[in-house]
Design a protein around this ligand. Structure first.
Ligand SMILES: [Zn+2]
Length: 167
């Protein structure tokens, strides 16, 4: 029988046959399936600016829980910061991640937000294809705002490790 299950990360209510939760992300399996759908789409674009990176970072930052590795959360927040505050493309974020991976493997603790973002992966999938990348970026901005109390910490890390100055 179909039940409605709430995703613990983004709050999406989705019909689901089972009350399973994703192991890696703080997410319902139905929400995780939507993310897989969006990923298939962003990867299919073969876009040189690599918007797929926005989807990866935004989904991880919206579904951060105790199971998410500190490195995954740090990389996601750095991606959000660079995209939202410095207008980086996905490809530029990907390059920044490569530099970050060469710095000491110590990642700061981040306090998980107590608010939810206004947009979810479903909002991105629901718009027509020509608006989807724009909506993907709006989703990213809304998740970045959810991390407001940790934004200064992310900016400081980026400045220290990547020498990209705070805006
Ligand atoms: Zn979710």
């Amino acid at each position: 029988m179909n039940k409605t299950v709430m995703c613990p990360g983004c709050g999406l209510l989705l019909p689901s046959t089972e009350e399973q939760f994703d192991e890696r992300y703080h997410a319902s399996s139905a929400c995780r399936q939507l993310y897989d759908q969006l990923s298939a789409y962003t990867l299919s674009l073969l876009d040189a600016s690599f918007p797929h990176q926005f989807a990866v970072d935004t989904y991880a930052a919206q579904h951060a829980g105790t199971n998410l590795k500190p490195i995954t959360l740090t990389f996601a927040l750095v991606g959000l910061y660079l995209a939202c505050e410095h207008s980086y493309t996905g490809r530029q974020v990907q390059r920044a991640h490569m530099f970050l991976a060469k710095t000491p493997k110590q990642w700061p603790p981040f306090r998980l937000p107590d608010t939810k973002a206004t947009l979810t992966v479903l909002d991105v999938l629901n718009v027509p294809e020509q608006q989807r990348i724009d909506m993907l970026q709006q989703w990213e901005q809304s998740v970045w705002r959810m991390w407001e109390t940790e934004q200064a910490k992310v900016a400081k890390l980026v400045q220290e490790r990547l020498n990209i100055s705070i805006k």
